[in-house]
Design a protein around this ligand. Structure first.
Ligand SMILES: Cc1cc2nc3c(=O)[nH]c(=O)nc-3n(C[C@H](O)[C@H](O)[C@H](O)COP(=O)(O)OP(=O)(O)OC[C@H]3O[C@@H](n4cnc5c(N)ncnc54)[C@H](O)[C@@H]3O)c2cc1C
Length: 399
């Protein structure tokens, strides 16, 4: 049976409908169908993982200081490490590169923060992150500037192919994926949600998951909710160059919030601009013409070989793209049921959705099937009304 297709306009029935076919929604559909629910995912665009997921730098890390996020990320990385087996597709290759995440600084005043972050990782079960001195950083990564005074590092962090992960979740699941199918409304009766209206007909269902990425606020409004979600544009650049060390880790300058990593034929780089405003969700976010120059200038600071990369760059060697981070009041996602609307679930509010997608999708499915009690799920959307402070404060969050 074909799984990913444009449906006709017949009315249909499912146990669960997932709205949004990025990496988060597709992972959720995978777990729901694995739990035995007849699941349909609707995606407005003409393919899966073509909006924010396609714009991402595709990196993952377990170096989180937030108690709710570290285990989610750590278990997701374990899932990625055995992805083919986990989704039942022998030989499926997600392009896993575990070349590490390196957070560097040349500011002595930040050293206690680095030590505290690593102590917290260890406390949260991520016991293989390390604090490195400036000399240790340079002996492992000789391309780093002499100005660097310290770092945190974890070897099992890295990057992968989001396209292959999303397609693997889809191919490995029993769900049906309706592309070019936009949710236009959500029906509610006395018991709660009872269906999703789309441009291709209605799908009757008692469970609806909002995994619409930057558009999750729009979907929330379909059931009368104002969700605390703030989309902010973020950009990245690919530069073609033979001067980028291919074995380098994902490297972050903690002082100016820039980052880069090797990519086939060159490097991917980005910069989290703290002045970028909150905007409406965007169908086609575009990058700025001057972003590559700003970014190159920033990554040169602590990894000076980029000066040579910049010297020889031609227009054709540069590709800029953009997507949107989605922030919540505590910068942690909204996962779980919405008390006001029975049957309506959230899996949204991400600025790092790629790296936690496997276990966030599982948690959503576990809450729907009753395998997990919502009281044990501190990422539940009602936490703000309950006054729960999740703590934390991740490097590179942009907040
Ligand atoms: C420059 C940049 C770099 C990033 N780097 C990283 C990184 O290295 N690691 C990481 O973990 N994260 C990273 N992120 C964040 C990450 O990309 C996102 O958190 C993640 O892709 C979110 O996935 P998603 O499935 O929730 O959203 P999306 O991929 O946006 O998917 C949501 C889908 O919902 C669909 N949709 C919306 N409305 C409707 C509707 N009415 N009906 C049907 N479908 C609808 C959309 O078309 C879209 O396909 C980065 C983001 C950016 C912009």
């Amino acid at each position: 049976m074909r799984k990913i297709f444009i449906p006709d306009t017949r009315n249909r029935t499912a146990d669960a409908v997932v709205i949004g076919g990025g990496i988060v929604g597709t992972a959720t559909a995978f777990w729901l169908s694995k739990a035995g629910l007849d699941t349909i995912l609707v995606e407005a665009r003409d393919g899966l993982s073509t909006l924010t997921t396609a714009a991402s730098a595709e990196c993952f890390r377990a170096q989180f200081t937030e108690p709710e996020l570290a285990p989610l990320a750590k278990e997701s990385i374990a899932f990625f490490e055995n992805f083919a087996e986990n989704v039942g597709l022998p030989g499926w290759d997600i392009g896993l590169h575990q070349q590490g995440y390196l957070f560097i600084t040349d500011d002595e005043a930040m050293l206690p923060d680095l030590a505290a972050a690593v102590a917290q990782h260890h406390k949260l079960g991520v016991t293989d992150s390390e604090v490195l001195s400036g000399a240790e950083v340079r002996s492992r990564f000789p391309f780093v500037s002499p100005a660097v005074v310290g770092a945190t590092f974890r070897q099992r962090d890295g990057w992968l192919s989001c396209h292959e992960v999303t397609q693997g979740f889809a191919k490995g699941s029993r769900a049906r994926f309706f592309v070019s199918t936009r949710a236009t409304g959500i029906d509610i009766d006395a018991k709660g949600v009872c269906g999703v209206e789309t441009n291709r007909g209605k799908i009757a269902a008692r469970v609806v998951v909002n995994a619409a990425g930057p558009f999750a606020g729009v979907i929330g409004r379909m059931v009368g909710l104002e969700l605390p979600l703030e989309p902010v544009r973020r950009q990245k650049v690919f530069v073609a160059s033979s001067k980028v060390p291919p074995e380098a880790p994902f490297t972050v300058d903690l002082v100016n919030d820039s980052y880069w990593r090797p990519e086939t034929g060159g490097a991917l780089m980005g910069w989290v601009d703290l002045d970028e405003p909150v905007t409406a969700p965007m169908e086609n976010p575009a990058g700025d013409w001057d972003f590559p120059a700003i970014c190159l200038d920033k990554v040169c600071r602590l990894t000076p070989f980029f000066e040579q990369v910049a010297e020889n760059l031609k227009q054709k060697d540069i590709h800029v793209s953009a997507g949107q981070y989605v922030y919540t009041p505590d910068n942690q996602p909204l996962i779980g049921p919405v008390d006001e609307v029975p049957g309506f679930y959230l899996n949204c509010g991400y600025w790092f959705g790629v790296m936690v997608s496997p276990m966030a999708g599982k948690r959503t499915a576990d809450l729907i099937t009753g395998k997990m009690n919502n009281q044990d799920n501190l990422l539940r959307p009602s936490r703000y009304q309950e006054g729960i402070d999740l703590g934390g404060g991740s490097f590179l969050s942009g907040r």
